[in-house]
Design a binder for this molecule. Structure first.
Ligand code: SF4
Length: 172
C-alpha cells in the first residue's frame, strides 16, 4: 500500500459544522483514515497541538481575525495542497454577513442590542481578543487555494469526490 497522505485540519473562525460533517462520515471517514490519510492535526477531533509539513491542509472557516490570517499563512507554508472546505472558507459564508455593517455596529448587536441580551450597557470585550480584519474575504484572497469544497457544510458525496480529486492531484 502506498504511503498515506498526511492531513491537517485547520480551523479558522467557524461554527464547527464542517468538522462535525467530517465526523459524521462515520465508517467512510474511518476507511479514509485507514487507507488514504494520516490525520496529524485536527483541534476538534484530536489532541495534537501543532503540525509540521503535511500533504493536505483542509482549512475550514472564514478569515475573521488577524490570528486567522496567521494560521492560514502557516498552513499554506506547511502543506503541498491547501483545500478550502465549506462556504465560509471558499466564499466568506455566514461570517461574511459581517461585511454588511461596521465593527462597532456588529459589537453592539452581539453584546448589547440582540433580543437575547439582557444588559444593554454590557461591557464590550476588548482585552485578549484577536484583532478583526476589516472585511471577510475568501481564503484565495490571502493564499493560493488548490481545491475548494463548497457547501455549508459540504455534503458527504462532495467530500468523497474531493478525495478522488486529491488523489488525482497528488498522483499527477
Ligand atoms: S461552511 Fe457552514 S458548516 Fe462550515 S464552518 Fe461555515 S457555517 Fe459552519
Amino acid at each position: 500500500m502506498a504511503d498515506k497522505m498526511k492531513l491537517a485540519i485547520v480551523d479558522l473562525s467557524y461554527c464547527c459544522g464542517c468538522d462535525i460533517a467530517l465526523a459524521d462520515l462515520g465508517e467512510s471517514l474511518f476507511s479514509l483514515l485507514q487507507e488514504v490519510f494520516d490525520l496529524v492535526y485536527a483541534p476538534l477531533l484530536m489532541s495534537a497541538k501543532d503540525y509540521d509539513q503535511v500533504d493536505v491542509a483542509l482549512v475550514t472557516g472564514a478569515v475573521r481575525t488577524e490570528e486567522d490570517v496567521a494560521e492560514l499563512k502557516k498552513a499554506r507554508e506547511r502543506c503541498k495542497y491547501l483545500v478550502a472546505m465549506g462556504s465560509c472558507a471558499a466564499f466568506g459564508g455566514l461570517p461574511g454577513l459581517a461585511n454588511l455593517c461596521t465593527h462597532e455596529e456588529m459589537m453592539q448587536a452581539a453584546y448589547r442590542t440582540a433580543p437575547t441580551v439582557k444588559d444593554a450597557q454590557a461591557k464590550l470585550p476588548a482585552d485578549d481578543i484577536p484583532a478583526l480584519v476589516d472585511t471577510i474575504k475568501p481564503l484565495d484572497a490571502y493564499v493560493q487555494v488548490d481545491l475548494a469544497l463548497p457547501g455549508c457544510p459540504p455534503p458527504p458525496p462532495v467530500f468523497v469526490d474531493f478525495v478522488k480529486q486529491v488523489l488525482a492531484l497528488v498522483q499527477g
